[in-house]
Design a protein around this ligand. Structure first.
Ligand SMILES: Cc1cc2nc3c(=O)[nH]c(=O)nc-3n(C[C@H](O)[C@H](O)[C@H](O)COP(=O)(O)OP(=O)(O)OC[C@H]3O[C@@H](n4cnc5c(N)ncnc54)[C@H](O)[C@@H]3O)c2cc1C
Length: 540
């Protein structure tokens, strides 16, 4: 049986294979863009490898609003093609990963001094549904002020006229990325985290591979490839610089921040997308006992590896919420977690970051490097299709057409039409609480069974379940650190931060044994996680 590159215990063997056998396509960047390209290529039979310098999805693809959405805001900018594409992609994402992509009705309040009135909102939502081809059942509905207040009783009513209710989808960006990577690997792709592309190798002045640094084994290796795609999100220009191919079109990075509060701070049964006093649009979204809200949009020129939520960002978002909702009086001390991400946008002269198009663009350098920049999480599949179509046209790697619109994102075989029954059966077969089942199901879907089937190695069933989850991630999702596990595999640092203190010691001890950490390494891992938790609620 062939080895699994996402199993930490089989990684070394897979990496040897990568160093010894040239691939057709090498993708730099393990965010949603790189993951999508790897899946598209692998499913067309192309020999593909993907390298990620840190953990999968650790860049922008874990720091978004986590919506699979058409981007209502882009209608205002007359970006019909973006709205149409992302609108259609929502339905495909839902069809292919129903455990991970959840329909979410959003409320769009209409306010007296707002940018949109009743009729213009109704028209805009109609166009939105029309462009996305939304089914009749899910199309927008206009609701009166009193109907809206029944749904959102704390929304300030003095300026309120009514609201539009429309359909979007919520997901988890990191989980979506890792699920796509797992699926790509099941089609034969090789994918490695902690493997950084350092430089390019050239043959006859054309890119023919990369020099990479393995941060796990602290060694360098060369990887040969017929074609290299740079899908490094905010780092795309750094890589183009290394390749001496940066042209006139450059990235501009825009920082976006989200804050998380406990749900007892605000009664929010529905997600809401409201206009703040300064006319910017803000999302507030309930998830797993928490509410997260954002975002900001400011040009960023700091360190790409460490964007942070500043005090100014945090105070701005709290003010937006306090202005919109009655009597909540949110303070910095109410924030239980936060994240900041960088949008990789393509610079347009004279436009502010919020006005720049979210369209993606592919650049091909004269020495043969393909770079993909811009885009949205939601459109990852169609972006990947465009990249692989183009690479294929230029390099003739496969005669197969794109398959991904019908690829179910699950490693386990599943009858997608029967998904509810499968979930209910899981609940009957394993005597775990509804919350624990929801937690596992919305992260691992049908693979939850593999976690539940593992032998308990801790007398406390709650801790045993998390240890089993960790083991699953070691064997199937290449998890190497405590922070990656709690941030990028299960998002506990954002949505269950209070649960972590009771889990750190047993999970760290278990990880130490499994990964043969020294006591010093174990302590470093614990410290890194604690520092992250502290920084997520410290604003300077
Ligand atoms: C605040 C915010 C909110 C957003 N909300 C939404 C939303 O709700 N819905 C939506 O559809 N989109 C949203 N987006 C956009 C979406 O998140 C991004 O378009 C998407 O995540 C970009 O993915 P990516 O793979 O291109 O980049 P990234 O996720 O950043 O991936 C690039 C990867 O390349 C790696 N890398 C860099 N250099 C190297 C190297 N030398 N070697 C190996 N690897 C390297 C990095 O470590 C990184 O992991 C949002 C963005 C932001 C910032």
């Amino acid at each position: 049986m062939s080895k699994n590159c996402l199993n930490v215990f089989e990684r070394d063997d897979c990496l040897k294979k990568l160093a010894n056998e040239p691939v057709d396509l090498l993708v730099i960047g393990g965010g949603i863009t790189g993951a999508g390209i790897a899946l598209d290529a692998a499913s067309r039979g192309i020999k593909v490898a993907m390298v990620e310098k840190a953990d999968f999805s650790s860049g922008t693809s874990s720091r978004s609003t986590k919506l699979i959405h058409g981007g209502l805001r882009y209608l205002k900018q007359l970006e019909f093609s973006v709205v149409k594409e992302t609108g259609k992609e929502r339905a495909i994402a839902y069809r292919n990963a129903p455990y991970l992509v959840h329909p979410e009705k959003l409320i769009l309040p209409i306010q007296k001094k707002g940018s949109l009135g009743w009729y213009s909102t109704s028209f805009a939502l109609w166009v939105y549904d029309f462009l996305a081809g939304v089914s009749k059942r899910d199309r927008k509905k206009m609701i009166s002020k009193s109907e809206m207040l029944k749904l959102l009783p704390q929304f300030k009513s003095n300026e309120l006229i009514g609201a539009g209710l429309y359909s979007e989808y919520r997901s988890d960006d990191s989980r979506l990325t890792i699920e796509i990577i797992k699926k790509a690997v099941s089609f034969g792709a090789l994918a490695f985290n902690y493997l950084e592309g350092l430089d390019f190798i050239y043959q006859d002045k054309l890119v023919s591979g990369i020099v990479a640094k393995d941060h796990i084994r602290k060694q360098e290796l060369e990887i040969s490839a017929k074609c290299v795609v740079n899908a490094a999100g905010p780092w795309v220009d750094e890589i183009r610089k290394t390749n001496a191919s940066i042209g006139k079109k450059r990235l501009v990075l825009s920082k976006g921040v989200h804050l998380v509060i406990n749900k007892d701070k605000l009664h929010l049964s529905h997600a809401v997308y409201f206009e703040a006093k300064d006319k910017r649009m803000i999302f507030a979204i309930p998830r797993e006992g928490k509410i997260y809200f954002g975002t900001t949009d400011t040009v960023y020129s700091g360190n790409i590896n460490t964007p942070k939520t500043s005090k100014k960002d945090a105070l701005y978002l709290l003010e937006c919420m306090n202005d919109a909702f009655e009597g909540i009086n949110l303070k910095l001390s109410d924030v239980v977690s936060s994240w900041a991400g960088l949008r990789p946008l393509i610079h347009e002269e004279g436009k502010s970051s919020s006005e720049i198009s979210r369209k993606d663009e592919i650049f091909i350098s004269s020495n043969g490097l393909f770079s993909i920049a811009g885009g949205k999480l939601t459109a990852y599949r169609s972006m990947a299709k465009r990249v692989v179509d183009l690479v294929n046209k230029k390099r003739n790697l496969s005669n197969k057409k794109c398959q991904t619109s019908s690829i179910i994102l699950s490693k386990s075989k599943v009858d997608i039409n029967n998904i509810k029954t499968i979930k209910n059966q899981l609940f009957k077969d394993y005597k775990i609480s509804k919350n624990d089942l929801e937690y596992l199901w919305t992260r691992y879907g049908m693979e939850s069974k593999k976690i539940l089937d593992k032998k308990h190695v801790n007398p406390n069933p709650k801790i045993a379940l998390v240890i089993n989850e960790f083991d699953y991630c070691l064997e199937q999702e290449s998890v190497w650190s405590l922070l990656d596990f709690f941030r990028l595999r299960n998002a506990r640092v954002y949505f269950y931060p209070e649960s972590i203190s009771g889990l750190i010691a047993p999970i760290a001890e278990h990880a130490k044994q499994k990964l043969q950490w020294t006591e010093e390494k174990k302590q470093k891992e614990i410290d890194a996680l604690n520092v992250f938790l502290k920084e997520a609620i410290t604003f300077e």
